[in-house]
Design a protein around this ligand. Structure first.
Ligand code: ATP
Ligand code: MG
Length: 366
């Protein structure tokens, strides 16, 4: 009861603020433009591109209609910057801030305006794409298949049966990301969300040695979180967004993307809810990759036996929706003598093809 009352008052306060700010609009505009010129002069020598990036970093309370209480709710829900609000779905903001849909829509529109979001000319997109980094897998043939390695600003999904090497690739990338850029790395750290309890520091030590890195240093640069439920997993991804922004993390790994969703949402009746939640999760990951110029690598198990709940056994779990959400999709399978075959199945700009590599004690090799 008491809680309800507080919320009511907050909504009212929100309304009041909105009304009063509408009346005082001309004054606010003047203030805003002053601020803008100040910011501009501070960053005179920065290129235009950066100025736009910074546009989303202001305080949430700069948005009309957002008071301290709502700002806190949004922050607690993982929306700590104006940009994160601008790129959120209406339903998510409604839920996080506990405001009406109409209000959420308005807040998102305002946030979009503040971030100058809308159409971007293709030449500017090309400039943004020039920032894309490529991360080596450790295997030259695998890298060649990916035209140089796994891309930042994208989600790469590996799917395959148990033991096909999806988690080996995950741990390997957590190591190679630490390499300097001239050696195919991104000179950064890794964030590893482990949903199956298969992350092994001992294995990382082997791989780091194989790469000529100090194993202790390598372990320190991998931040591991264990997710026990799909809600954990989603929350961690939202937390990851904050962490990535304020650190040198250049890869976020989710191993496995789908296992918890699969075990929690069993049966046909729950399919729509599962897909919807997975979709939201993927959208968070896309934003993470895009806004922070980092690699997102996710794994997805294919059932080896026909599975009554998930239809065609050769199709990855998450099916259609996931198929349209990862930027690059790789089908991994086991071959003879420790060899693995990676098939690039879906890519916006690369031809389909296959690469053969090995998983050895040192990690991924040709
Ligand atoms: N130290 C090592 N040296 C050589 N090969 C190894 C080593 N550790 C693991 N492997 C290989 O990796 C395989 C396990 O692969 P991985 O754990 O990546 O499978 P996965 O695709 O993640 O499977 P799942 O769907 O069950 O998670 C082992 O069966 C083995 O062939
Ligand atoms: Mg695995």
């Amino acid at each position: 009861m008491a809680e309800e009352k507080i919320e009511e008052t907050e909504e009212e306060a929100l309304d009041e603020k909105e009304e009063s700010s509408a009346e005082e609009a001309p004054v606010e505009e003047a203030e805003e433009s002053e601020e803008a010129t100040e910011e501009d002069s501070d960053e005179d020598d920065e290129i235009d591109n950066d100025a736009e990036e910074d546009a989303g970093e202001g305080s949430l309370e700069d948005l009309e209609g957002i008071g301290p209480a709502t700002a806190k709710k949004l922050m607690d829900g993982g929306y700590s910057t104006i940009k994160s609000v601008a790129t959120a779905a209406i339903g998510d903001i409604t839920e996080a801030a506990e405001i009406s849909e109409a209000k959420a829509k308005k807040v998102i529109t305002l946030a979009k305006e503040k971030c100058n979001m809308g159409f971007e000319s293709a030449d500017r997109l090309l400039i943004k794409r020039q920032d894309i980094g490529k991360l080596t897998t450790g295997s030259e043939t695998f890298d060649t298949l990916l035209a140089g390695g796994m891309e930042t600003q994208a989600i790469t999904e590996c799917y395959g049966e148990w033991g096909s090497g999806k988690s080996q690739v995950a741990m390997q990338l957590a190591v190679t990301v630490q390499l300097p850029v001239d050696k195919g790395g991104l000179d950064g750290e890794a964030l590893f969300i482990d949903t199956e309890n298969t992350f092994r520091p001992e294995r990382v030590v082997q791989m780091a040695k194989g790469m000529g890195l100090d194993p202790d240093e390598a372990l320190k640069k991998i931040h591991v979180a264990r997710a026990y439920t799909s809600d954990d997993q989603m929350l961690m991804t939202e937390k990851a967004a904050e962490m990535v922004r304020d650190s040198n993390v250049r890869i976020v790994i989710v191993d496995s993307l789908t296992s918890l969703f699969r075990s929690e949402y069993v049966g046909r009746g729950t399919l729509a809810a599962r897909q919807q939640k997975l979709n939201r999760h993927l959208s968070t990951l896309h934003k993470l990759a895009d806004l922070n110029n980092c690699v997102v690598y996710v794994t997805n198990q294919v059932m080896s036996k026909p599975d009554m709940f998930f239809g065609d056994p050769t199709k990855p779990i998450g099916g259609h929706i996931l198929g349209h959400s990862a930027t690059f999709r790789i089908y991994l399978r086991k071959s003879k003598a420790g060899k693995r075959i990676a098939r690039l199945v879906d890519s916006p700009n690369l031809p389909d093809g296959e690469a053969v590599f090995k998983v050895t004690e040192n990690g991924l090799e040709d």
